[in-house]
Design a protein around this ligand. Structure first.
Ligand SMILES: [Zn+2]
Length: 84
């Protein structure tokens, strides 16, 4: 039995891929999965935009910083999205 059958990323997984995505460090397969999630997920798209803004400002996103703050940020974005 293979768990890989479940192809859809959950938001938590998508957020974890985003720092590598922005640094162009994903495999083409991971990138395709993330992009397909982003296409369907307004709050992850919004979050990626915010991260791109941070990247432009500081030139780099530390994966450790990101994993620490990403959850809270995503929850905030998600709550705004749900409330809208
Ligand atoms: Zn998502």
């Amino acid at each position: 039995m293979r768990l890989l059958r479940r192809k859809d990323l959950v938001c938590r997984d998508a957020v974890q891929l985003m720092s590598d995505y922005l640094e162009d460090a994903l495999s083409s397969r991971q990138r395709a999965r993330l992009e397909s999630h982003l296409a369907d997920c307004p709050h992850c798209s919004e979050y990626l935009r915010q991260m791109q803004t941070v990247m432009r400002a500081v030139g780099h996103v530390e994966p450790d910083d990101l994993s620490a703050s990403a959850r809270e940020e995503l929850v905030a974005v998600y709550r705004r999205w749900r409330a809208a």
